[in-house]
Design a protein around this ligand. Sequence first.
Ligand SMILES: [Fe+2]
Ligand SMILES: [Fe+2]
Length: 150
Amino acid sequence: MHEGGLVGFRGLSLLLQHRALTERLDAIEGAIGACQTADLTDREMALRLLPLLRGFAQALPEHFAAEASSMVALLRESSDDEFARTLEQLDSEHPRLLAVFEGSVTQLAGYLGSAHAAPHASFEHAMTEILTAVAEFRDHEAREDALFLR
Ligand SMILES: [Fe+2]
Ligand SMILES: [Fe+2]
């Protein structure tokens, strides 16, 4: 960063994407909480959650691609080994995060009978898996935010 440069400017569009993704994660967690207290059937819960989760999963490939291209530029400019290692670690987490959320979409769709894959776990377990994935994603994004704003 040159003197007088705007701190975190390069990461700005990514940070805005993070805000949108975080809002959707809030909505997903809120829906799970509301469903659990509203005494809905599994199918009713799946109907409420699936669009929220599907929209989130569908946004991930574009978000990860934007981060990957930003990473290439950052690595080109930086000679900080620790920074490069952290960036590469974050990038390496993307395929698994995508697989986890896409898997949850497939599983929820199974509860609606609209997917080829039948549900293989209890619905409560599926909800726990989603909440774990949400927490993991939040942690991933927080580490990115810290890096982009250095
Ligand atoms: Fe990321
Ligand atoms: Fe991100």
